[in-house]
Design a protein around this ligand. Structure first.
Ligand code: NA7
Length: 542
C-alpha cells in the first residue's frame, strides 16, 4: 500500500505488470463514482472497462425505447451539487441516449477518462496472499496489480441467451437487446420477431411495432405492466428540482426502496373496498413505480391483499386490448403483482391492437429451434427477417462469476457462488480479501444504494490505509449470518414464491436464491454504517 506509482501508465504489450493502489472493473454508474472517490483520497486507480465507452448499462442497452424506470431526478448522482445544478434532465424518465450523455458528461466534468482504459475486458483476477494484492489479466495479455480490487460490473450486465438449437443458422439479422448496435437499425418493411416480454421487451415492442412491416412477439409469461406516464421536464420543474435536490435525496435515503414513493402503512384488507379502489385509481394515474412502491405495504407480503391489486391491474389490461383472445394471453394469472419486476410501459398494450403485430404463446407451444428462416415452435414456423432476443440477464452472480476470480488458497469465486451470492453486506466475501463488490443488490432505486456502497468501500479503504493494515475480508461467520439474515427477510415477501430473475429462476439450472437484498434502504444503510463504526469487528483485518 502507498508504494504504488501515482500516475498510471498506458497499457503495455511488453509483459510488464502495471501497479496501482486500486483497480476498478467497470465504468458504469458505480465504477465511475468509485474511481472519483478513490482518486479523491489520493489513490492511484485504474478502471478497466470492456465496452468502447463509459456508462455500463446505459452504454450497452441502446435498444429502441430504452429508458429509466426510476424518476430521472432520483436516479442521477447525488454527490456533486455542482453536477446537480449543471445537468438538465429532459424527460421525467430519461431515455438511454440522454443517460449515456449524462455519464459521459460526468466522466468529462470530473476528468475521469484519464484513468479509464476502454475495450479492456478483465479475464481473471488472482489474489496474491503474500503481497496482499490482486493481479488482474486483461484479454490480450496485459497485466496489472493493485492492493484493492473493486468489481463494479453491475447486476444486469451478463446477457442471457437461451441455448436454442440453430441460433447461428438464422439467415436474417439477430440482436440481443443488451448488446444493441450503435447505428440505428432499420426495421421498416421487415418481418421482426421478439423473444421475451420482460421489462426490456415492454419498452422496445411499441417502437418496433410502429416501424416494422410485421412484428411477432413470442411470449412465455405475461407481466403486469404499469403505465410509465413519462413526459418532458418543464423549465419550472427543472428549477424546482435544482432548488430542492437536497430534500429529494434525503427523502430517497429515508424511504423503504430509495424512491420518493413510500408504501402505505395500511393493509389493503383493513380498508373498505371503495377506499381501496379509490387508492388504486389514484396510484394508477401517477407516473413511475408509485403503483408498486406507493401501494398498501402488504401487497408485497400477503397473497390476499396482493390479489386485490393484481385483479385491478388485470382489468386495466382488459380495457386496453381489443381482441379477447389476445387479452387473456396478456393477463398474468400465475404470479402476484410485484413478485416479478414490474415493467413500465408506454403504449405497450395498444401495440397488440395493431394489424401488424401478432402475439404467440410459447408457454403452450415452446420454441423448438431457430431455423435459417426464423423461429420454429412446437406447432408452427415463423418466417422472419430479424430476431430480437429480449431474453434478459444472468443477474447478480453472472457478471462476477464469468471472470476467473481466485481468492485465498486459490479458491474460485465461481465455485463459492455456485449456490447463490455469498457476501457480508453484499459488499465483501470471505476468503477474497481486499475484493469489494460495488454494485447495489438491494431491492432499491439503483443509484441510491450504489452510492452508499461506493462510499462504504472508499471509507473502508481509507480506514485500512490510516491504520496501516494490508487486508480486509469478512469472517466466515459474518458471511453465513448475512446469508441467513437475507434469506429470512426474503421469506417474509412474496418474491420467493415466484419464478423470476429476482430468484435466479430465469436461467435453467441456476441455483434458486433471492438475488436482491430485501431490507429497507434505511435499515441496510444502518447495517453498513454499524459494521464500520464498530471497527470492522465482523472482518478479518491484517
Ligand atoms: P427479463 O425480465 O428476464 O425477461 C426476459 C424475457 O425473456 C422473459 O419474458 C422470459 O420469459 C423470456 N425468455 C427467456 N428465455 C426464454 C425462452 N427459452 N423461451 C421463451 N422466452 C424466454 O429480462 P429483461 O431484459 O426484460 O429485463 C431485465 C431487467 O433489466 C429488468 O427487470 C430491469 O430491471 C432492467 P419468462 O418470463 O422467463 O417466462
Amino acid at each position: 500500500m502507498g508504494n504504488m506509482q501515482q500516475h498510471p501508465q498506458k497499457p503495455n504489450g511488453n509483459g510488464a505488470v502495471e501497479q496501482y493502489d486500486a483497480i476498478v472493473i467497470g465504468a458504469g454508474v458505480s465504477g465511475l463514482y468509485q474511481l472519483y472517490k478513490l482518486r479523491e483520497m489520493g489513490l492511484s486507480v485504474r478502471v478497466f472497462e470492456d465496452a468502447g465507452g463509459v456508462g455500463g448499462t446505459w452504454y450497452w442497452n441502446r435498444y429502441p425505447g430504452c429508458r429509466f424506470d426510476s424518476e430521472s431526478e432520483t436516479y442521477g448522482y447525488s454527490w456533486s451539487e455542482e453536477l446537480l445544478q449543471e445537468w438538465d434532465w429532459k424527460e421525467h424518465f430519461s431515455g438511454q441516449p440522454e443517460n449515456e450523455r449524462y455519464l459521459n458528461f460526468v466522466a468529462d466534468k470530473f476528468d475521469l477518462r484519464k484513468d479509464i482504459q476502454l475495450n479492456s475486458r478483465v479475464s481473471s483476477a488472482v489474489y496474491d496472499e503474500d503481497a496482499h494484492c490482486w493481479e488482474v489479466q486483461i484479454e490480450g495479455g496485459q497485466r496489472a496489480r493493485a492492493q484493492f480490487l473493486i468489481g463494479a460490473v453491475g447486476v444486469l450486465s451478463a446477457k442471457y441467451m437461451p441455448p436454442f438449437e440453430g441460433i447461428d443458422s438464422f439467415k436474417g439479422l439477430s440482436f440481443h437487446t443488451s448488446n444493441w448496435p450503435k447505428e440505428k437499425v432499420d426495421f421498416s418493411g421487415k418481418r421482426v420477431g421478439c423473444i421475451g416480454t420482460g421489462a426490456t421487451a415492454v419498452q422496445l415492442i411499441p417502437h418496433v411495432a410502429e416501424e416494422a412491416g410485421h412484428l411477432t412477439v413470442f411470449q412465455r409469461t405475461p407481466n403486469y405492466c404499469a403505465p410509465c406516464r413519462n413526459s418532458e421536464v418543464s423549465p419550472e420543474t427543472q428549477a424546482a428540482w435544482k432548488a430542492r435536490y437536497a430534500e429529494i435525496h434525503k427523502r430517497c435515503r429515508e424511504t423503504s426502496v430509495g424512491f420518493e414513493h413510500e408504501f402505505d402503512p395500511r393493509s389493503a384488507l383493513e380498508v373498505s373496498e371503495e377506499e381501496r379502489l379509490a387508492l388504486y385509481e389514484k396510484l394508477w394515474i401517477q407516473p413511475g413505480f408509485t403503483k408498486w412502491l406507493g401501494n398498501f405495504y402488504d401487497i408485497m407480503t400477503n397473497r390476499a391483499a396482493n390479489e386485490t391489486f393484481s385483479e385491478f391491474v388485470r382489468n386495466k389490461i382488459r380495457e386496453r386490448v381489443h381482441d379477447p383472445e389476445v387479452v387473456e394471453m396478456l393477463v398474468p394469472k400465475d404470479h402476484p403483482f410485484g413478485a416479478k419486476r414490474i415493467p413500465l410501459e408506454t403504449h405497450y398494450y395498444e401495440a397488440y391492437n395493431r394489424d401488424n403485430v401478432k402475439l404467440v404463446d410459447v408457454r403452450k407451444a415452446p420454441i423448438e429451434r431457430i431455423t435459417p428462416k426464423g423461429v420454429k415452435t412446437q406447432d408452427a414456423e415463423y418466417e422472419l427477417d430479424a430476431i430480437i432476443y429480449a431474453t434478459g440477464f444472468d443477474v447478480v452472480t453472472g457478471p462476477l462469476t464469468q471472470i476467473e476470480i481466485r481468492g485465498e488458497g486459490g479458491q474460485r469465486f465461481k465455485d463459492k457462488w455456485a449456490g447463490g451470492p455469498r457476501t457480508h453486506l453484499g459488499i465483501q466475501t470471505a476468503g477474497f480479501p481486499n475484493f469489494f463488490i460495488a454494485a447495489s443488490t438491494a431491492f432499491c432505486n439503483y443509484t441510491v444504494c450504489a452510492e452508499m456502497i461506493v462510499e462504504w468501500i472508499a471509507d473502508c479503504i481509507g480506514y485500512l490505509r490510516e491504520k496501516k493494515l494490508s487486508s480486509i475480508a469478512p469472517t466466515q461467520q459474518a458471511e453465513d449470518a448475512w446469508v441467513e439474515h437475507s434469506n429470512e427477510l426474503a421469506s417474509y415477501t412474496l418474491l420467493t414464491d415466484t419464478d423470476s430473475w429476482f430468484m435466479g429462476a430465469n436461467i435453467p439450472g441456476k441455483a434458486r436464491a433471492l438475488l436482491l437484498y430485501a431490507n429497507t434502504v434505511p435499515e441496510y444503510r444502518k447495517e453498513c454504517q454499524e459494521a464500520a463504526a464498530n471497527g470492522y469487528q465482523d472482518f478479518v483485518l491484517q
